[in-house]
Design a protein around this ligand. Structure first.
Ligand code: DDH
Length: 288
């Protein structure tokens, strides 16, 4: 048991669980990033509901949402950290784990602040259907991300998280990694979107794009893009941002750091001293 408030200790213990031999590409990092994103991405600006506060995925209504399939692995990876630092809330731990994993995989420093609380029951969970559907196109991306309060540039920057990890048929119905090295944060995703010849995958599964990595042999694993990834180069407002991030990794890192910090703060209210106050969060007033 550690001292309450020892976030440095928590960070160290998150780093210690990142290496997971035998799991995916040997790292828990990508799925931890996805956990932080799905915890936060339910936010709705207009009703001021959803977001990372509450850690609603502990309950079946949110955790069992097919959109969250596979994220139980991330939560299980984090259990020993929670066990050692019992004072930290799950809502803080899940967002902090995403930030720590991105940095450990070579990404930027992202500002993270504590103070989220965990719901005591499942009465205030966001409805299902707020996370994006990968089979759709740019109008859907705008519908989902404008609802959270993001603009076109931020949508493209956030999507760069697909430099990390992979799709699993048994989780989402899609298959494969986006880049050759899916545990190293970089701007490769944008480069490959523009550079490779993406073709529809020939299979019975969900429609997705595939391409061979540069210099690959026939037996090498295909790289992939979701329809929503491909939409970023089809849409005339998104595409210039893909081009800029492909050319300028520093710009991507700095924009990504800002937008990921904004994502994990959605629906978290703080007093001037920076401390989150549960009673100020609408989600606690039983408004839905
Ligand atoms: Fe994503 N994502 N994501 N994603 N995502 C998947 C995996 C990962 C969409 C669909 C999928 C973001 C945006 C979108 C990560 C981070 C982020 C998978 C595969 C699908 C499908 C799941 C599986 O089979 O295991 C769609 C659609 C969007 C969108 O509309 C823009 C964002 C904004 C982030 C973020 O972190 C900021 C990561 C990391 C993964 C890899 C997970 C893993 O287990 O590996």
């Amino acid at each position: 048991m550690s001292q309450p408030g020892d976030f440095e200790g928590v960070r160290k213990d998150i780093i210690a669980i990142l290496k997971q031999k035998g799991y995916d590409d040997g790292s828990a990092g990508p799925v931890l990033v996805r956990l932080a994103w799905h915890a936060s991405g339910t936010y709705c600006k207009e009703s001021d509901t959803g977001g990372s506060n509450g850690a609603g995925m502990r309950y079946e209504a949110e955790g069992g949402d097919p959109a969250n399939a596979g994220l139980q692995h991330a939560r299980v990876f984090l259990e020993p950290v929670k066990d050692k630092h019992k004072w930290i809330t799950y809502a803080d731990l899940w967002t902090l784990a995403g930030v720590v994993a991105i940095k450990a995989m070579g990404g930027p420093d992202i500002q993270w602040k504590p103070g989220r609380t965990d719901f005591a029951d499942d009465s205030r969970l966001p409805p299902r259907g707020r996370l994006p559907d990968a089979s759709q196109a740019s109008d859907h991306l705008r519908h989902i991300f404008y609802r959270m309060g993001f603009n076109d540039q931020e949508i493209v920057a956030l999507s760069g998280a697909h430099n990390l990890g992979r799709c699993h048929v048994d989780r989402s119905g899609f298959e494969g990694p986006w880049v050759n090295n899916p545990t190293r944060f970089s701007n490769q995703y944008y480069k490959l979107l523009l550079k490779l010849k993406w073709k529809p995958k020939k299979w019975d599964g969900n429609f997705q794009y595939v391409a061979k990595p540069p210099g690959a042999d026939e037996e090498d694993e295909d790289l992939m893009m979701l329809p929503t990834d491909y939409a970023l180069i089809q849409d005339e407002a998104f595409r210039p941002w893909v081009e800029r991030y492909a050319e300028d990794q520093d710009l991507f890192f700095s924009d990504f750091a800002k937008v990921f910090a904004k994502l994990i703060e959605l629906g978290v209210y703080r007093d001037e001293d920076g401390i989150a106050r549960a009673d100020k969060m609408k989600a606690f007033k039983g408004s839905y």
